[in-house]
Design a protein around this ligand. Sequence first.
Ligand SMILES: [Cu+2]
Length: 289
Amino acid sequence: MNKQTKVWLVLSIALSLLALAAACGGAKAPDTNAPTADATAAPYSGPTGTVSGVISYNGTPPAAKKIDTTADPVCGQKNPNLTTDDTMVKDGKLANTFVYVKEGTVEGGKKIGDFAWATPTSEVQLDQNGCHYAPHVLGVMVNQKLKITNSDATQHNIHPTPKLNQEWNQTQANGAPPIEKAFTRSEVLIPVKCNQHPWMKAYIGVLKHPLFSVSSDSGAFEIKGVPAGKYTVVAWREGGANGEEKTMEVTVPANGAAKADFSFGGAATSSTKPSLQMMPALELPVMKH
Ligand SMILES: [Cu+2]
């Protein structure tokens, strides 16, 4: 055996031992079930802009109907003028429209889902007051805490009916402590009913990013902190079996603003399509904390 052969022999034995040590637990085998984007996902740190607009309602909105509350006198006592709240229009502007960034490309070519979006530590509140859900339409991030309170002297039974998340219903008596829940998957939107009062309705949009908003009583909405880029923005409102949605392409400039005015109602419904409620809004990697 010459000197060169000896060196090779020693080297290959050393390498074999190293490989063996790694296989025996020194190095961890890659977890094939882990979302691939998770390992590299970092928070977005580039320039952002806003998406804002006003939601209009064309034509005469359906008149609010008085709700018969005789089934629960407590509701009638506290809220004698309880009316339907599915179409809230003031001066031609529509409230309770859920607007969100659905998909698109961040400047530089990445997607919204390539970034890690931290779950807010703040909770979102859903109150039952006057046998009515307030707010009527709301958004939360995946795994963000939803705090449900009962401000009424009667019992409610909160019952979300999701298609992608876990369904549950829970009784909340007068004076009972808040119920805290969270949704683990993105879903736009989850209808919420009350098993005690059939007229009570709320809608919860669940997203893996914070780029959503709900139009106010004046129809206005604003989504802040949108990474500069090009996106499809969706406006959803309740109505029909699964709601009604409209989409718009917007370009968000760095440190600038993009306008996204939508209109519903009236004759201008040709571009309206039924919302595919079972479709996840945007699948982003699951974030670890
Ligand atoms: Cu109720």
